[in-house]
Design a protein around this ligand. Structure first.
Ligand code: ADP
Length: 394
């Protein structure tokens, strides 16, 4: 059978990321980004082989961007596009796996909008536009939450009145499931351990950050909760704060719910702490030049990350390894070394040279001799979404 091509679409409120994945090729045949959708300078950028191109689509919305993109993908696939995999952020309790997008699945995703009001409507826009433009291809939804549906109740329930869970779905769901699953499977291969008999801690550190405890290929706990705000310090998100903060800010400063939401999601995290940037690369440079805010942001980020990993270790019968992934996890030797320095009680220690050289897409072990494994594993959510799509089509 000739190798198959899947177009992976990740639709945000003003952007669409995409990749054409061939099941037998490591590199994407085509990849790119449509951004600033809805504004006068909406633009579609793409790369194919060594070549790059872009196209201005003035005031183009998702449908206009997809109308440009789908023929490009068809062409790059040599006319053989076997399916389209859509990233969907929230699948609630309904979706424990990827799902073929029929009317019932669409209804269920719409019903999940109250749980992810920022993300699921944008994902749905992409799905609706792509299915209209491309009705004959099989469309599949792959959910960020699905992998975490194996969490036991003692990990997913909040200590809140039961009716909030039973009637309104208030519980911990977790996100980044596609990445946690992909890197834990890769780590098991690298360590030559069967995934169904191994235990991992994962730190996915991008603009959003989360930790995960994975036992025998299943998620047993994770740091994000009802929404992707819970847990770690992130680029612009606060992560955990005192749950009374909302009340405190309303009473003392008269802030509205919208102001508080905005502050916690957009103005906090690395950006809020440093007063400088949400970007870890910039913060490392500023720290080297003596910027106190950048230095503090990095210290808080690493300490909170280590604390979360130590907490996640409660879910493991043994530790086969700690995995770093995401832009920060794959590239920042500094963040890895500062985080692991807080985890002496887990007997973790890094090899300085291995840590320093395992960057920019390199993968491999970075632990010191005779210490538990610490692995850097580049994530590839697009490939995992394509694999999940193919598995459903089989
Ligand atoms: P997203 O969650 O949007 O996919 P990424 O996984 O690309 O984000 O991660 C983005 C983060 O990775 C940014 O904070 C960026 O500064 C950081 N990063 C990328 N390269 C480096 C590097 N060489 N050193 C430190 N941080 C890096």
């Amino acid at each position: 059978m000739p190798s198959r091509n899947i177009l992976v679409i990740n639709c945000g409120s003003s952007s669409i990321k995409f990749a054409l994945v061939n099941e037998d090729q490591a590199q994407f045949t085509l990849s790119g980004l449509a951004e600033r959708l809805g504004s006068h300078d909406a633009v579609l950028h793409w790369q194919r082989g060594g070549e790059q191109d872009s196209l201005i689509i003035p005031y183009g919305l998702h449908r206009a961007a997809l109308a440009q993109l789908l023929p490009l993908a068809q062409d790059a696939a040599g006319g053989k596009l076997h399916g389209i995999g859509h990233r969907v952020v929230h699948g609630g309790e309904r979706f424990t796996n990827a799902s073929r997008l029929d009317e019932a699945a669409l209804q269920a995703i719409r019903a999940t909008v109250p749980l992810a009001p920022l993300h699921n409507p944008a994902n749905l826009l992409g799905i609706e536009a792509a299915t209209n433009l491309f009705p004959n291809a099989p469309h599949v939804a792959v959910f960020d939450t699905a992998f975490h549906q194996t969490l036991p109740a003692h990990a997913f329930r909040y200590a809140l009145p039961e009716s909030l869970y039973q009637e309104h779905g208030v519980r911990r769901y977790g996100f980044h499931g596609t990445s946690h699953r992909f890197v834990s499977q890769r780590a098991a291969e690298m360590a030559e351990l069967p995934i169904d008999n191994s235990s991992w801690l994962v730190a996915h550190l991008g603009n959003g950050c989360s930790t995960c405890a994975i036992v025998n290929g299943q998620s047993r706990d994770t740091s994000m909760g009802l929404t992707p705000l819970e847990g770690l310090v992130m680029g612009t998100r606060s992560g955990d704060v005192d749950p009374n903060l909302h009340g405190h800010l309303t009473r003392t400063l008269g802030w509205s719910l919208e102001q508080i939401d905005h502050m916690l999601n957009q103005d906090s995290g690395l950006l809020g702490l440093s007063g400088l940037s949400n970007d870890m690369r910039s913060l490392e440079q500023a720290r080297d030049q003596g910027h106190a805010g950048a230095s503090l942001a990095i210290e808080v980020f690493c300490y909170r990350l280590a604390k979360s990993l130590a907490a996640m270790s409660c879910a493991l019968p043994q530790l086969d390894g700690l995995i770093f992934t995401g832009g920060i996890g794959e590239n920042s030797a500094l963040i890895r070394s500062k985080t692991v320095a807080h985890l002496k009680l887990l007997n973790l220690e890094l090899d300085k040279q291995a840590n320093a050289r395992t960057i920019r897409g390199a993968s491999g072990p970075i632990q010191a001799h005779d210490h538990p494994r610490v692995l850097v594993v580049p994530t590839n959510e697009e490939r995992q979404i394509a694999l999940d799509t193919l598995a459903l089509l089989n």
